[in-house]
Each structure stands twice: as structure tokens, then as C-alpha cells.
Design a protein around this ligand. Structure first.
Ligand SMILES: Nc1ncnc2c1ncn2[C@@H]1O[C@H](COP(=O)(O)OP(=O)(O)OP(=O)(O)O)[C@@H](O)[C@H]1O
Ligand SMILES: Nc1nc2c(ncn2[C@@H]2O[C@H](COP(=O)(O)O)[C@@H](O)[C@H]2O)c(=O)[nH]1
Length: 208
């Protein structure tokens, strides 16, 4: 009997997923939206579930699956999530089907999760590339979050508290494959692209 090599097995299982993490307001969505626009048909976003309310312009099923706590807990109890966490007073989680939907299309699956999500995904066999997007400083982060005008004062303070923990943990060796400081947006975007270009080209080549 002939078994595939490890390299062949990886090839068969499609491109490596990407986990994007970092404090709320660091610029993950901004970078991600740009990446998905430039490389249309290469990336697929893993749509998380959350119990928070939608922001103006956010679409159910596209940005998040907006659900009640009861519905979310039901899914967790049934084993439908690969990870879930409480963040800033709300529940968030990645369902197995949100990843499978993207991987079935042979796209690079992108997950946008907090640091608890990173730790929990490390316990699975997903084997993603782990990228942390960090703000240049707490002061700049606070300004970005305030300027975004999406948070109440209470939510903002909770997010800043979580950011302090996130910024410390991101310095620990081995947690992330790369930490990108999003100061100048252009520079951060170019760095992000350079980290992902190998996987991007694999998907583009497979389409030829
Ligand atoms: N390099 C940058 N310079 C200045 N402003 C930026 C930069 N990157 C992002 N921003 C702005 O900062 C705010 C926060 O960015 P964004 O919403 O992308 O953060 P996020 O990490 O996705 O946050 P969350 O985790 O809460 O979704 C946005 O208003 C965005 O326009
Ligand atoms: N552990 C998880 N964290 C998630 C998930 N989806 C998003 N997030 C993180 O939550 C915060 C806040 O997001 P916001 O959209 O309310 O600003 C941010 O750090 C996201 O990365 C998830 O499925 N699991």
C-alpha cells in the first residue's frame, strides 16, 4: 500500500489557515478587509458567532452571526465550536462549520480572534499561521477606539484592560509566528502581505 508523504498530506488538506489576533482597535479588520479586496478569491473569512449587538453597517452572516446567549450556549454544549471566549461582556466563538465552509472552497481561512481564542486554537489540530497585530502604544489604541465611536465608555474600558493583557502576552516567545506593529497602515499592510505571500501564491497556482 502507498501512503502520502507529510508534505503531500498537507497539500491535500489545502492552504494553511491564518489566525489574526491583537487588541481591539489595533487594526485587524482594516488590514483584513484590504487583503481580501486585493486578493479576491484567495481568502475566506471564518464568520464568528457573537452575542454583542451589530454595529452600523455590519451584516448578519457576513461580519458575524449575531446570536443570543442562549443560542450560543446551546451550540457550545452541542460541541459545534472549536473555541469560544467571553470578551468585553459578550460571548464570541468560532464554529467548526465556519472554518469548514471556507476550507471546502480551498481558500485560506482567516480567523479574527482574541488572545483566549489563540490559546484555545493551539490545543486543536488546525495548524494556522499565528499573526498578532499590535498598536504602537496604549495611547494611540485608545484614540483609535474612541475615534471609531463604536463603544460605550464601559465597553471601551474593558477593551483597554484586555489590550494591556494582550500586549504583554504577545511578547512571549512562541505564541505568535509574527507580531506586526500597525503604526503606518501601508507598512503594516506590506508586512502582512509578505508573511502570507507563500500561501497566497499556492492558492493562486492551484487555480491556474
Ligand atoms: N495604521 C492606522 N493608523 C490610523 N488609524 C488606523 C490604523 N489602522 C486602523 N486604524 C483605525 O483604527 C480603528 C480600529 O481599527 P479596526 O476596527 O480595524 O480594529 P480591530 O483590531 O479590527 O478592532 P476590533 O477587534 O474591535 O474589531 C478604525 O477606525 C481604523 O480606521
Ligand atoms: N475568541 C474569539 N474572539 C473573537 C472571535 N471573533 C472576534 N473575536 C475577538 O473579539 C474582540 C472584539 O471584537 P469586536 O468585533 O466586538 O470588536 C476582538 O479582539 C476579536 O478579535 C471569536 O470567534 N473567538
Amino acid at each position: 500500500m502507498c501512503f502520502p508523504s507529510l508534505a503531500e498530506t498537507r497539500e491535500m488538506s489545502g492552504p494553511r489557515p491564518v489566525v489574526l489576533s491583537g487588541p481591539s482597535g489595533a487594526g485587524k479588520s482594516t488590514l483584513l478587509k484590504r487583503l481580501m479586496k486585493e486578493y479576491e478569491g484567495v481568502f475566506g473569512f471564518s464568520v464568528s458567532h457573537t452575542t454583542r449587538n451589530p454595529r452600523p453597517g455590519e451584516e448578519d452572516g457576513k461580519d458575524y452571526h449575531f446570536v443570543t446567549r442562549e443560542k450560543m450556549q446551546e451550540g457550545i454544549d452541542k460541541g459545534e465550536f472549536i473555541e469560544n471566549a467571553e470578551f468585553s461582556g459578550n460571548m464570541y466563538g468560532t464554529s467548526k462549520s465556519s472554518i469548514e465552509d471556507v476550507q471546502a472552497q480551498n481558500l485560506i481561512c482567516i480567523l479574527d480572534v482574541d488572545i483566549q481564542g489563540v490559546k484555545n486554537i493551539k490545543k486543536t489540530d488546525l495548524n494556522p499561521i499565528y499573526i498578532s497585530i499590535q498598536p504602537p502604544s496604549m495611547e494611540i489604541l485608545e484614540k483609535r477606539l474612541r475615534d471609531r465611536q463604536t463603544e460605550s465608555e464601559d465597553s471601551l474600558q474593558k477593551r483597554l484592560e484586555a489590550a494591556r493583557i494582550d500586549m504583554e502576552l504577545s511578547k512571549e516567545p512562541g505564541v505568535f509566528d509574527i507580531v506586526i506593529v500597525n503604526d503606518d497602515l501601508e507598512e503594516a499592510y506590506e508586512k502582512l502581505k509578505s508573511v502570507l505571500i507563500e500561501e497566497i501564491e499556492k492558492v493562486q497556482d492551484a487555480k491556474k
